[in-house]
Write a new protein. Structure first.
Length: 143
């Protein structure tokens, strides 16, 4: 099917991208094993070449599809564990970047939702001291 669709879409790369995604998504929907999907994906990827811009779009769509599939299987406990793992990582990075953290600062970081934790993870790269962290936390507080 990959070879056939590659031939049929030789003049329409956007259509080829859609078919490439459809074929790979179908492997998941049919319940194929992960190793089989990876092997077939390699073949599909090799057969259905795309220009760089479309390849980038394709990867974003595939990544989103895989995350949505994964999220459907994550339990509340797993989600909490993932959030705690992010908190611990950010706290370790902050300690290394700005030094010891007070219990109040630790509590403030632990109170952040996942999106804010990710923002803090990026922002801390620019921190030079504890004052930068305190400013960031203060700016993050709701009015």
């Amino acid at each position: 099917m990959a070879h056939l669709k590659t031939q049929q879409t030789s003049k329409n790369q956007e259509e080829r991208k859609k078919w490439k995604f459809t074929l790979i998504r179908r492997l998941y929907e049919l319940g194929w094993q992960e190793t089989d999907i990876k092997h077939l994906y390699r073949f599909i990827d090799w057969t259905m070449l795309l220009p760089k811009a479309l390849e980038s779009e394709f990867w974003q769509e595939l990544k989103q599809f895989e995350q949505e599939r994964k999220m459907a299987y994550i339990t509340t406990g797993e989600r909490i564990g993932e959030e705690r793992g992010k908190q611990e990582l950010i706290l370790r990075q902050l300690k290394k970047r700005v030094g010891e953290l007070s219990p109040g600062v630790i509590a403030s970081v632990q109170a952040l939702n996942v999106a804010k934790l990710e923002e803090l993870g990026e922002a801390l790269l620019d921190f030079t001291g504890i004052d930068d962290l305190l400013q960031w936390l203060e700016a993050d507080r709701p009015e």
